[in-house]
Design a protein around this ligand. Structure first.
Ligand code: MD3
Ligand code: FE
Length: 219
């Protein structure tokens, strides 16, 4: 966005700053703030139907991040492996429907990043409590890796670790705050990434926790 000037010629800082992280990844600072109230309300509705739970990894470890899903497909992990499933294993029911506000936010952010027509069929919801982290991993359980992933940060800020194509590549630290949206696609899609342990604190939207929504075209 170009710098703007007011009637007196003073430079007015633009409301939105898109920050390219690398080829294929862009941070849209504050993109979700306009819909904050509707998003948090929809989140409450989803979580009432499909509560957060701690999944077990194929190796037998309990994940410290609480997870649930909304949309036609949900990401699940158990002793048998990782997969997308149309049924919530906790209730035996389909995952709650993708709220309109979620869908509009995800498609709007994707379009802004150049992915016009992105149509997610899965939204994984991660809940970070103080001290919990997401260790370095790749997202590769989706069928079409040409499709981007849109992530939305809510509540407490966190430090995101953005690595390279190899687990051993150096990582860049990216602070992510309430309302920030990141679109990951193209050459960034298979890069290793993770989240540093959440620091204890308080944010007026969600208290001491951080919630991250990731929108994917999984099937
Ligand atoms: C970079 N979630 O759920 S979203 C995940 O904050 C996950 O909860 C993190 O990683 C969170 O899998 C980070 C950001 C993200 C998502 C997918 C990516 C970054 C990515 C795919 C490729 C590269
Ligand atoms: Fe990931």
């Amino acid at each position: 966005m170009m710098d703007m000037a007011d009637l007196f010629g003073h430079v007015v800082s633009p409301v939105r700053r898109d920050e390219p992280l690398c080829d294929g990844a862009v941070v849209l600072r504050g993109f979700a703030l306009a819909d904050e109230v509707a998003l948090l309300q929809a989140l409450n509705t989803v979580v009432a139907q499909a509560p957060f739970r701690h999944l077990i990894t194929p190796g037998g470890f309990r994940m410290s991040v609480g997870m649930t899903n909304t949309g036609p497909l949900g990401w699940v992990s158990d002793r048998r492996g990782y997969r997308y499933d149309p049924v919530d294993p906790l209730s035996g029911n389909p995952w709650p429907g993708l709220p309109d506000t979620f869908l509009q936010l995800a498609t709007g952010a994707a379009a802004r990043a150049g992915y016009v027509g992105f149509m997610p069929d899965a939204c994984l919801i991660n809940r970070y409590e103080p001290g919990t982290r997401l260790s370095l991993h790749q997202d590769r359980d989706e069928l079409d890796l040409a499709q981007p992933i849109v992530s939305v940060s809510l509540g407490m800020p966190a430090v995101f670790l953005f690595g390279g194509m190899l687990r051993t590549d150096a990582q860049v630290r990216v602070p992510l705050a309430h309302g920030d949206v990141v679109v990951w696609g193209g050459p960034a899609r298979l890069r290793y990434h993770g989240v540093m342990p959440l620091k204890p604190g308080y944010h007026e939207a969600l208290g001491g926790v951080r919630i991250n929504l990731t929108f994917r075209k999984a099937g």
